[in-house]
Write a protein that binds this ligand. Sequence first.
Ligand code: PLP
Length: 365
Amino acid sequence: MKNTHNSKIIIHNSIKSAIQAMHGYTLVQPACPVKLNQNECPFDVPDEIKREVLDEAMGRNWGRYPDFVPTEVKTRLGERHGLGPDHILVGNGSNELIQATFLAAAGRGDRVVLSVPTFTVYALMNTVMEGDLCQVLLKEGLTFDVDRLAEEAAKPRTKLVILCSPNNPTGSMITPEEVARIATTASGLVVVDEAYFEFCGVSSIGLLEHFSNVIITRTFSKALGAAGLRLGYLMAHPDLVQEIEKVKLPYNVNLISLIAAKRIIQEQALIEERSAFICSERQRVFDQLEAISGIRPYPSYANFILFEVDRSVHAIFQGLIEQGVLIRDVSRYPMLDKAMRVTIGAREENEAFLEALREVVRIVE
Ligand SMILES: Cc1ncc(COP(=O)(O)O)c(C=O)c1O
């Protein structure tokens, strides 16, 4: 078929200017044997669990939609946190639920408050919604500026405050008492993204009892080791859950992932054992990083470590790739122009990273 339209004109005339101006969410992903760039779990779901999930899936009719409301999964997730199923919304990854929250709460010109640097998806969603972004910088030492966040949260037209704790990419955390201070003054919703909760153990879930404007999101992609299944959930007051549910797409989670969710959350002991291992490796890697001249790691409550280098971030990033180790260059984030982020992996991956870094630091000026 002859293309009679110039795609540039089509885009100019039909795509929102905010989207045209945007850089999409991209990831440099060269194939490297040691992959420590996405904060994934180094351990796969055990084979016997995969088999059980697939056996149950084999018994289902794949030609039918999954349950309209995944009540069983919502009930089990609720039980995990002492909440009823009406407090829970299940998503195709927690990203989907963050998106649904934006769709439900933030329109053009509404204020969205972020503590930055943080996970880039929030600002991306704000751009899509044409919101008015207010970025509150972390304090020196990369801790949350709670006073300023509370102040900004209180301003009229503020529909969303998003706090990531532990924060990606810095590893900092905010306490429930501090979240409560912000939620008390907030004129809108306060979302706490707890994707990395299991490596920190401090949660704001307890606030749900007292604050009907607080939302907590969690994921199966990190400590639960199931990023490939795309599973996440949101917890909030049932009235708020009902509103956000209206904008989530119907049948957003496929039947295999729903079966897997139900099965994986029974493995609490395994999740805790693996998370404890990652935390002990985090300490070991931190100590080793501190011992390398020119490297300054920041303490972390997550399954990754942010560190600053005293020479070219780009050269070190490329040097590591040449050694077969892929980490994340975060030097484009505000405040982090000398920083990189490494995921804590299996012991041999962490060793390979440390060895490669020592070598690259020796070579790079
Ligand atoms: C802070 C944070 N929230 C959410 C996500 C995405 O989670 P999901 O895989 O559940 O969409 C990530 C992934 O890196 C993350 O770092």
